[in-house]
Design a protein around this ligand. Structure first.
Ligand SMILES: [Fe+2]
Ligand SMILES: [Fe+2]
Length: 349
């Protein structure tokens, strides 16, 4: 495995070399004069303090090169949610603390995703769109955590790019690209955006309506910004307290958007209600039937499907057929004709 090390401090590079040299073919350079072009590298390990403005600028300067590397592991100095989110905004596919052990680092580097997740070759466009998408979602998280404004135009540009890639290469390639390169909440949001767009395309919606769909999908889980990763990424079941905390995210997302004039009322509503069900068993408002809008119904089906088929290192990926069977079995909760129309997206496209 060819690994390139980039650090803001020579001692970090030396220590990383010591940890990895037996298992990897290594190159390294200082972040301040990074020249790597990103080709012919399997992974890059970035060890930098993201509280330092010069480091952030230097990483932004090499973002195009970083995007070419399939696996991008950032080691951060500071164990806060904000610095983790910043690392994702700068293009990380995994984030570890710089006190991580050799084994933790190696397991991230060697994490072998199933061959079925391999996208078809020459899909750089998809990879670039996924890089931009994950970075955009992470920037929105950082804005929420830092009390700043969300960049709605960036979300629109990025959503449009994802829609173009899905329209051009198909949903299957998008799913494969995203699951191969991204983790956790960012993977999920990218999958939901791709699935929602493809659902819209299959329904034959106009381009303006497609924009409504990808904007709702890009924003739908931003309320998770403040929820600790230990809960969001927990393998297995959440306990009652953890579940209650996770269930605050639709309202938190709504609150983050409610004073933003660039976000329509319909999008805010979809963010707040994407976990509602027609029979009133959803949250946060236990809405029923007609009080759930069409856009939200489409988003909800796409969200459930994306959550079922995402890649998690601790469990096999659920086949799309099985995920669709689960959606079909949610009697009374989802709109039946829409579930019927979703069949083609789930199984064919
Ligand atoms: Fe959600
Ligand atoms: Fe979601």
């Amino acid at each position: 495995m060819r690994v390139h090390l980039v650090g803001d401090d020579i001692t970090k590079l030396t220590s990383l070399r010591g940890m990895l040299q037996e298992r990897c073919s290594l190159t390294s350079e200082m972040l301040c004069d990074a020249r790597f072009d990103g080709r012919n590298i399997d992974a890059v390990v970035v060890a930098a303090d993201l509280r330092v403005v010069d480091n952030i600028t230097a990483l932004k300067d090499v973002s195009a090169q970083l995007a070419r590397v399939p696996r991008r592991i950032f080691l951060t100095n500071h164990k806060s949610r904000l610095s983790t989110v910043q690392a994702y905004a700068l293009g990380a596919t995994s984030v570890l603390s710089n006190t991580a052990s050799r084994n933790q680092l190696l397991s991230k580097l060697m994490d072998q995703r199933p061959p079925s997740l391999e996208p078809s070759p020459a899909l750089d466009g998809g990879r670039d769109a996924a890089f931009a998408g994950a970075s955009c979602i992470a920037s929105m998280f950082a804005a929420i955590l830092g009390g700043g404004d969300i960049d709605v135009d960036e979300a629109r540009r990025t959503g449009k790019r994802i829609a173009e890639v899905v329209a051009e290469n198909g949903l299957s390639d998008w799913l494969a690209t995203v699951r191969r390169h991204h983790e956790g909440t960012y993977q999920h949001c990218l999958l939901v955006t791709g699935v929602t767009v493809d659902f819209g395309l299959s329904l034959g919606v106009a381009s303006h309506d497609l924009e409504r769909l990808y904007m709702a999908a890009m924003f739908h889980d931003i309320g998770k910004a403040a929820i600790p990763l230990t809960i969001l990424d927990k393998p297995g079941r959440l306990d009652v307290k953890e579940r209650a905390l996770v269930e605050t995210h639709p309202e938190a997302g709504y609150n983050a958007l409610k004073h933003n004039p660039a976000v329509t009322d319909e999008i805010r509503d979809a963010v707040k209600h994407h976990h509602e069900f027609l029979d009133g068993s959803g949250y946060p408002d236990a809405l029923v039937g007609v009080s759930i809008r069409d856009l939200t119904r489409i988003l909800t089906i796409s969200d459930i499907f994306a959550a079922l088929i995402e890649y998690r290192s601790y469990k096999p990926v659920m086949p799309r057929e099985q995920a669709y069977e689960i959606i079909k079995s949610m009697d009374g909760k989802l709109e039946k004709p829409l579930v019927g129309a979703f069949r083609e997206v789930a199984l064919v496209r």
